[in-house]
Design a protein around this ligand. Structure first.
Ligand SMILES: Cc1ncc(COP(=O)(O)O)c(C=O)c1O
Length: 297
C-alpha cells in the first residue's frame, strides 16, 4: 500500500465528464451515496496497457446502478473510452481501475429521486491485493460471523457499496486475529465467498465452487471456469457445506484485485498449493496479458 494517503496522490480523476487534478475530485458531506449507500462501483485491472474485460465491467456497472434504481448518464462506450483515456493520462501500463457512481447532494433523506447521478473513475497502481510472500504459500482465512444476505433481503447481484459494509467488518475482524481475509457463508449457512473474491476448491482433479445464486458472479470466476474447461478440468457449481472443506485438497480465491490466490487455511481446514491451483494461476496470468505485451517481453 502507498504510504501517501489516497486523496493526496497525483495525477487525474475523471469526474462527470472532466479530467480533474487528483486532489480536486471532491464531494460534499451531504452526499446521498455517503449517508444511504446509494452507490455502485467496479474494480478492474489493466495489464500491459489494456483493461481486462473492460466492457464486461462497464456493463456490470450499468446493471448494478439499474438494480439500485438509477441510470448512469454515460453510455457503456463513453465510460470505456474515459477509462482508456485516463489510463493513458495516468501513464500506467499495469494498474487498478475504479469507476464509482453515486446519488449526489441535492436532496437529503431516504428518497432522493431527483439527485444528480455522478460518475468518477480513478486509476492507481495496486500490484498485489494480498502480501506477495503469503500469496505464494497460500493465505489464511478466518470464517466470518456475518453472512452474505438472502437475495430477497439485499440487491446481491449489484456491486453496491452497501453490500461491502459487512465485508469491511469481517475483513477487519479477521486481520485483527492475524488472518489475511475471511470466508463468508451465505444466509443458508453454505460456503459463499471471501470479502472481495470468489472461492474454488479442488478434489480428485475436479473444481468445486459455490453456485453464484447468493453473491456476485465474479468476472474472474467466470474466466477461471473457462480456463479450467479449456484444460479439460470438470467444474462443479453447487451448494457447498462448510464441513465439506475437510475433504478438499486445494483452495483458491478469484477476483480482479486478488487474481488467483491460493489458500492454505480456512478456520480448522488445511489445503495445499497444488498443481491445479498453480496451473490456473499461470493460465490466468497468460489470459489477462494482451498478446502484444507478451510479445514485447
Ligand atoms: C464480494 C466480491 N465477490 C467477488 C468478487 C470478484 O469479482 P470480479 O472477479 O468480477 O472482480 C469481488 C471483486 O470485485 C468482490 O468484491
Amino acid at each position: 500500500m502507498a504510504s501517501v494517503p489516497f486523496d493526496q496522490l497525483d495525477g487525474f480523476i475523471w469526474m462527470n465528464g472532466e479530467f480533474l487534478p487528483w486532489q480536486d475530485a471532491k464531494v460534499h458531506v451531504l452526499t446521498h451515496g455517503l449517508h444511504y449507500a446509494s452507490s455502485v462501483f467496479e474494480g478492474e485491472r489493466a495489464y500491459g496497457g489494456e483493461i481486462f474485460k473492460l466492457t464486461e465491467h462497464t456493463e456490470r456497472l450499468h446493471a448494478s446502478a439499474k438494480i439500485l434504481g438509477f441510470t448512469i448518464p454515460y453510455s457503456v462506450e463513453e465510460i470505456d473510452e474515459a477509462c482508456r483515456t485516463l489510463l493513458r493520462k495516468q501513464g500506467f501500463s499495469d494498474a487498478y481501475v475504479r469507476p464509482v457512481a453515486w446519488r449526489g447532494s441535492e436532496q437529503m433523506g431516504v428518497s432522493a429521486q431527483n439527485n444528480r447521478i455522478n460518475l468518477a473513475i480513478a486509476i492507481w497502481q495496486w500490484p498485489s491485493y494480498f502480501d506477495p510472500a503469503q500469496k505464494l504459500k497460500g493465505i489464511r482465512l478466518d470464517i466470518a460471523d456475518y453472512r452474505r444476505p438472502d437475495p430477497k433481503t439485499a440487491p446481491s447481484k449489484s456491486k453496491a457499496a452497501g453490500l461491502y459494509m459487512i465485508c469491511t467488518i469481517s475483513k477487519h475482524a479477521a486481520e485483527a486475529k492475524g488472518y489475511a481475509d475471511a470466508l463468508m457463508l451465505d444466509w443458508k449457512g453454505d460456503v459463499a465467498e471471501a470479502t472481495g473474491a470468489n472461492i474454488f476448491f479442488v478434489k480428485d482433479g475436479k473444481l468445486h465452487t459455490p453456485d453464484a445464486t447468493n453473491f456476485l458472479d465474479g468476472i474472474t470466476r467466470r474466466t477461471v471456469i473457462d480456463l479450467a474447461k479449456r484444460r479439460g478440468i470438470d467444474v462443479i457449481e453447487r451448494a457447498i457445506k462448510p464441513e465439506e472443506m475437510e475433504g478438499f485438497e486445494q483452495c483458491f480465491l478469484t477476483g480482479t484485485a486478488a487474481e488467483v490466490t491460493p489458500v492454505a487455511e480456512i478456520g480448522p481446514y488445511r489445503f495445499t498449493v497444488g498443481e491445479i491451483t498453480k496451473t490456473l494461476m499461470d493460465d490466468y496470468t497468460a489470459e489477462v496479458h494482451p498478446a502484444h505485451a507478451i510479445a514485447a517481453e
